[in-house]
Design a protein around this ligand. Structure first.
Ligand SMILES: Cc1ncc(COP(=O)(O)O)c(C=O)c1O
Length: 330
């Protein structure tokens, strides 16, 4: 049997939404992006959501905003995709890789050991869709002693007064933590909407803003939206209105906005996310049942009282296997 590597889910409703966008005469950032942001905001219960053109570009923008300096450190897990580290480098900081626990997610003990006055952010990764220990990580950064170590090197860092927690939720759209959908467990959470992800916009990312006071998440949305469009004082849609051509470049931004054409795919997909997640859960349960017969199989934990996976990737471990055997199986 041939099993394709995660083809995107495309049905007629998705094709219709894309065609509708093409016929509308507006294909770059506009109404459909706004609608997708609102859908993700409602789904996650976030304070605000901004869509961009990838997880990677969104993370670079956020870390640039945080004002990383070359010696500033960002703690990341050693087990992740390259983008987690690359985002830190591109933003001008230094990634510090620490070990993971048995569930492949960042180890709390390793975080503790890695924190120094240079630490400005932590990027826990929800590997395969399994949520990290959000509560414990937030407790670490809010700990009095750890806060007293914190040495800001930018105005934003000083305003926060502690280490920022940015969740790499590239895999975990639809996962659950403490009865809520992933998205609100930390200061910022970024989903990837790349073609193989649980919902997709072909390429894309969604930044969930849940920054604590004194930050205002609606103001931050406006700031990040402008940053994602070269810091133009007006977006293309507003500029297109009669008599509204004049604009300024008010900062040092990036060009990473999501086009409506892409948002259309995600907009149609998020309407059926419940069905897509049921299907993924069924497949995962099917694998669990099939593999549980074999004593060489170590099955992934996908559900506890506190957490539930987004069932993005089924991580099967096989006892005493060589690298060559692993590659053959894959
Ligand atoms: C853990 C992790 N982080 C970040 C990314 C980057 O996502 P994007 O391709 O949207 O930039 C990926 C992509 O697969 C990923 O697996």
């Amino acid at each position: 049997m041939r099993v394709d590597f995660s083809p995107p889910y495309i049905d007629q409703s998705i094709i219709d939404e894309v065609v509708d966008t093409m016929k509308s005469g507006w294909i770059t950032t506009g109404n459909k992006v706004k609608l997708l942001e609102t859908e993700i905001q409602t789904f996650t219960d976030s304070k605000s959501v901004l869509c961009v053109n990838s997880w990677t570009s969104g993370a670079i923008m956020i870390l640039k905003w945080l004002g990383l300096k070359p010696k500033d450190e960002v703690i990341i897990p050693a087990y992740t995709y390259a983008a987690t580290a690359l985002a830190v480098f591109h933003a001008g900081g230094t990634p510090v890789m620490v070990d993971v626990s048995d569930d492949y997610n960042i180890s709390l003990d390793a975080i503790h050991k890695a924190i120094t006055p240079k630490t400005k952010a932590i990027i826990p990764v929800d590997v395969a869709g399994w949520p990290c220990d959000y509560k414990e990580i937030m407790q670490i950064v809010n700990d009095k002693e750890i806060k007293s170590l914190f040495t800001p090197t930018s105005e934003i860092q000083a305003k926060l007064g502690r280490i920022l927690v940015l969740i790499d939720a590239a895999h975990s759209f639809g996962g659950k933590y403490d009865g809520k959908n992933i998205g609100v467990g930390a200061d910022l959470t970024i989903f990837s909407l790349h073609a193989v992800k649980n919902i997709t916009t072909a390429e894309g990312g969604a930044i969930c803003l849940n920054m604590p006071l004194p930050f205002d998440n609606n103001n931050l949305y406006d700031e990040f939206r402008s940053m994602s469009m070269n810091c133009q004082s007006k977006d293309a849609y507003t500029k297109s209105m009669a008599g509204s051509w004049k604009y300024d470049i008010v900062g040092f931004g990036m060009k990473i906005n999501m086009p409506d054409l892409n948002a259309a795919i995600g907009l149609a997909q998020i309407k059926i996310i419940a069905d897509l997640l049921i299907k993924r859960t069924e497949i995962s349960n099917y694998y669990n049942k099939a593999f549980s017969k074999f004593d060489w199989a170590i099955l992934p934990v996908n559900k506890t009282l506190l957490k539930e996976s987004s069932y993005h990737v089924y991580c099967l471990r096989i006892k005493e296997i060589t690298e060559i055997q692993r590659d053959k199986i894959i």
